[in-house]
Write a protein that binds this ligand. Structure first.
Ligand code: AMP
Ligand code: ZN
Length: 664
C-alpha cells in the first residue's frame, strides 16, 4: 500500500468509527485506539500536504479562525413554524388543510429539538456548506465550526442524491452542558445559562478549535432539494439516517390527530429522559405531494405545526432573598421559596443570577413568583404574579456590602456580578479557596472534607491552604466528629499531598480562570512556578490557548504580595512547584503512537521497569499481540505461542538492548 492509499484507508476507518461513536452511540474501538489512528493520520498528512482533503477527519479538531462570518442567501428559505397548544388548535389546523388537499392525511410526529437551526448543503456526498437560519432568507456561513461537530458527516454513505440541503438543529446535550459548566465554575467563571444559547453561541466562535471542544450534537429532520425521489416525510427521515445523518428514532407515523395527541402526551412526560432538550412536537403532513399542494404562508409551512410543551412551571411565594459569596468573591443572590413541587422534585431555592435580573423582573420579597425548570441545573424565577402583589411592597434594594464581612461590594465594568473585594478576610472566600485546594481534581487530600475545612477556619486553626501543612494532630482531635484515627488520616493525607504533581498544584492555587486544562498547559510550558511568576502578559498570551483574560488574571494573582508569600511557604513545605526533574529527564514522546508488547525475561531492567519506560516515553503497553502491535520487546524465553502469533502477523521482535537504544 502506498502512502496515498494508506491515508485514504485511515480516513475511511476514522470516518466509520466517528459514525459508530457519535451517530450510532455504539463505538467499535477504544478511545485510545481511535486517538492513535487519528495521530497516525495527522502525522501522514503533515508529511504529505499534497494529499490534503478539506473533509479529512483530522479537521474535526478545528483550528481555522473566522473573523467575520460571510452572509449566505438560502437557496430554499428556512421557515418558522406555527404553534398550537391544544387539541382544538390541532383539529382546526386539520380542518383547514383538508379543504386544500384531497385524500386522507397521515402525519409524522417528531420531537422539536431546542437548539440552533442549521442548513447543511451536500454536493456529491460531501459537506460543502453549513449556514445558520438567520432571518430565514439569509444566514451566516458557519461551515468551519460545524465541521468540528462529530455527528455531522463530512462524507455520506449509501445512495444519496448529487445535491441537496438538509436541515436540523445543533444542540448541546445536558450532560456535556453540565460538564462545561462544572469546569467553568471550577475555574471561577460564571456558568452558562442554558444549553440552547450556548449551542448557538458556539457556532459563532471565531476559533473553530474552541467549537471543537464543545460537546455539540446535530439532529437532522428535513431534506430539501430538487428531484429527490422521496415521497413521504417518514421516508425522508429514514433516507437521511441511511446516508449517515443522526436522525433521532423517536419519530412516529400516525393517521389521526388523536394519535398525534397520544404522542404529545407520551413525550411531555418522557422527554426528560432524552439526552437533549426538547420544547415540543412537530407534526408534519407525511405525503410530500400533499405538502407541495399546501405550500407556505409568509412565515411558515401550512403542512407543519408545532405543539409546544408547557414549560414546567410552578408559582410560589418568595420568602427571602439571601446572598452567597463564592470562593472568588462573586455574589449570587438566591431566592428562598416556600417549598413547591416542580417536575418531580421539591424546589426550595432558585437562582436570581444578579442585580440586573432582579431589577429587570422587578422581583420583591413576599411576591408570588413563577419558577421554571429548563435545561438549567438550578430552577430559575421567570416572572412575578403582579396581580398577587401586595400594594405596599417596595422594590428590592440590592445589597451594597458583603453579607459575610461587611466590606463594600464592587462591580467591575462590563460584569454582571458584584464582588466582595476582601480577598484575605472574607470567610466564605477563605473557606472556598481551601475547599478548592483540597478537592479531588486539585490536591485530592484524603481524610479532609469541605465541612472540616470550614471548622478549621472557624476555629482559627488555619487561614489559608498553606496553614494546612502546619496542623498538628493534637489541634485536630478536639474538633467535632474527630477521633484519633480520623485525625491521623487527615494529617497523613495532607502530608501525601506534597507528592501531587505541579500541574495540579497550579490548578489548586485557585487562580481565577485557571482551570485544569489551562493549568496543565502552563505547567508544561513553563516547567516551574518562578517562570510563570516572571512571565510577562505578552509571553503568557503566546502560550497555546492562553488568552488575555487568563494572562491578566495570572499576573494579578502573583502581583499580590500575600500570594507570593503563600507560594514561597508552599515551596518550603515541599509542595511540588516544578515539574519533577525525574519526570522531565525520563519523559519523552519518542514512542508516541506505538503499542508495544513485552514478553520474556530481561537482564538489565525488570519487566515492570520496562513497561514504565515505554509509558514514560509516550508508548502504550499491551498484553496481547494483535495487528495493532507496533513491535515486541522480547527477553529470554519468549512464549512459543506468542512467537507464532508474531510471525503470523509479521510483527517485528526486538531485543532489550535494541529497545533501550531506541529511547536513549
Ligand atoms: P420556532 O423557532 O419556535 O418558530 O420553531 C421553528 C423551529 O423549530 C425551526 O426553525 C427548527 O429550527 C426547529 N425545529 C426543531 N425540531 C424540529 C423538527 N423536528 N422539525 C422541524 N423544525 C424543528
Ligand atoms: Zn466579604
Amino acid at each position: 500500500m502506498n502512502t496515498e492509499q494508506q491515508i485514504h484507508q485511515l480516513r475511511e476507518e476514522l470516518r466509520d468509527h466517528n459514525y459508530k461513536y457519535y451517530t450510532l452511540d455504539a463505538p467499535a474501538i477504544s478511545d485510545y485506539e481511535f486517538d492513535m489512528k487519528l495521530k497516525e493520520l495527522q502525522e501522514l498528512e503533515r508529511k504529505h500536504p499534497e494529499f490534503y482533503d478539506s473533509n479529512s477527519p483530522t479537521l474535526r479538531v478545528g483550528g481555522e479562525i473566522t473573523k467575520n462570518f460571510e452572509t449566505v442567501v438560502h437557496e430554499h428559505r428556512m421557515y418558522s413554524l406555527d404553534n398550537s397548544y391544544s387539541k382544538e388548535d390541532l383539529l382546526d389546523w386539520e380542518k383547514r388543510i383538508k379543504k386544500l388537499v384531497d385524500g386522507d392525511i397521515n402525519y409524522t410526529c417528531e420531537l422539536k429539538y431546542d437548539g440552533a437551526s442549521i442548513s447543511l448543503t451536500y454536493e456529491k456526498g460531501v459537506l460543502v456548506k453549513a449556514v445558520t437560519r438567520g432571518d430565514g432568507v439569509q444566514g451566516d456561513n458557519v461551515t468551519t465550526n460545524v465541521k468540528t461537530i462529530k455527528s455531522v458527516p463530512l462524507k455520506l454513505k449509501g445512495n444519496f442524491p448529487p445535491k441537496f440541503d438538509i436541515r436540523g438543529e445543533i444542540v448541546l446535550p445536558y450532560e456535556g452542558f453540565a460538564k462545561m459548566n462544572q469546569e467553568r465554575i471550577a475555574a471561577g467563571e460564571e456558568p452558562y445559562a442554558n444549553p440552547r444559547n450556548t449551542a448557538s453561541g458556539s457556532l459563532k466562535l471565531q476559533d473553530s478549535s474552541e467549537t471543537a471542544k464543545r460537546p455539540l450534537d446535530c439532529l437532522l429532520y428535513n431534506i430539501t432539494g430538487d428531484r429527490l425521489e422521496i415521497v413521504t416525510q417518514y421516508e425522508n427521515l429514514k433516507k437521511a439516517r441511511d446516508w449517515g445523518f443522526k436522525v433521532p428514532v423517536e419519530s412516529k407515523l400516525v393517521t389521526s390527530i388523536d394519535e398525534v395527541l397520544e404522542f404529545v402526551v407520551y413525550w411531555d412526560e418522557h422527554r426528560h429522559n432524552l439526552p437533549y432538550e426538547t420544547d415540543g412536537v412537530v407534526i408534519k403532513v407525511n405525503d410530500l405531494q400533499q405538502q407541495e399542494e399546501l405550500g407556505f404562508t409568509a412565515k411558515a409551512p401550512r403542512w407543519a405545526m408545532a405543539y409546544k410543551f408547557k414549560a414546567e412551571q410552578a408559582s410560589t411565594m418568595l420568602e427571602e432573598i439571601t446572598y452567597q459569596v463564592g470562593r472568588t468573591g462573586a455574589i449570587t443572590p438566591v431566592a428562598n421559596l416556600e417549598p413547591v413541587q416542580l417536575a418531580g422534585t421539591t424546589v426550595k431555592r432558585a437562582s436570581l443570577h444578579n442585580a440586573d435580573q432582579i431589577e429587570k423582573l422587578d422581583i420583591r420579597v413576599k411576591d408570588v413568583v413563577f419558577v421554571e425548570k429548563g435545561g438549567e441545573i438550578i430552577p430559575k424565577i421567570v416572572g412575578v404574579d403582579f396581580q398577587k402583589r401586595n400594594q405596599n411592597s417596595l422594590p428590592t434594594i440590592y445589597i451594597s456590602e458583603c453579607p459575610e464581612c461587611n466590606t463594600p461590594l464592587i462591580r467591575k465594568e462590563g460584569e454582571a456580578q458584584h464582588y466582595c473585594p476582601n480577598y484575605q478576610g472574607c470567610s466564605p472566600q477563605i473557606i472556598g479557596r481551601i475547599q478548592h485546594y483540597i478537592s479531588r481534581k486539585a490536591m485530592d487530600i484524603e481524610g479532609l472534607g469541605g465541612e472540616t475545612v470550614a471548622l478549621l477556619v472557624n476555629e482559627g486553626l488555619i487561614k489559608n491552604y498553606v496553614d494546612l501543612y502546619e496542623l498538628k494532630k493534637e489541634q485536630v482531635i478536639p474538633l467535632e466528629r474527630m477521633a484519633e484515627k480520623s485525625a491521623d488520616n487527615l494529617i497523613s493525607g495532607i502530608e501525601k499531598s506534597k507528592e501531587i504533581p505541579f500541574e495540579r498544584v497550579l490548578f489548586a492555587l485557585g487562580i481565577r480562570y485557571v482551570g485544569e486544562t489551562v493549568a496543565k498547559k502552563l505547567a508544561k510550558h513553563y516547567k516551574n512556578i518562578n517562570a510563570i511568576i516572571e512571565a510577562s502578559e505578552e509571553e503568557l498570551v503566546n502560550v497555546d490557548e492562553i488568552g488575555i483574560k487568563i494572562a491578566q488574571s495570572v499576573q494579578e494573582f502573583f502581583d499580590s504580595e500575600e500570594n507570593r508569600i503563600l507560594v514561597n511557604r508552599l515551596k518550603e513545605y515541599g509542595v511540588q512547584l516544578e515539574i519533577s526533574a525525574e519526570k522531565l529527564a525520563n519523559q519523552t514522546d519518542i514512542l508516541q503512537g506505538q503499542t508495544v508488547v513485552v514478553s520474556g525475561v530481561f537482564e538489565k531492567v525488570s519487566r515492570n521497569e520496562l513497561k514504565k519506560l515505554i509509558e514514560d516515553n509516550g508508548g502504550k503497553v499491551s498484553s496481547s499481540i494483535s495487528s495493532k502491535t507496533s513491535y515486541i520487546v522480547a527477553g529470554a524465553n519468549m512464549g512459543p505461542s506468542k512467537l507464532e502469533k508474531a510471525n503470523k502477523l509479521e510483527i517485528s521482535i526486538i531485543s532489550e538492548d535494541e529497545f533501550l537504544d531506541k529511547i536513549k
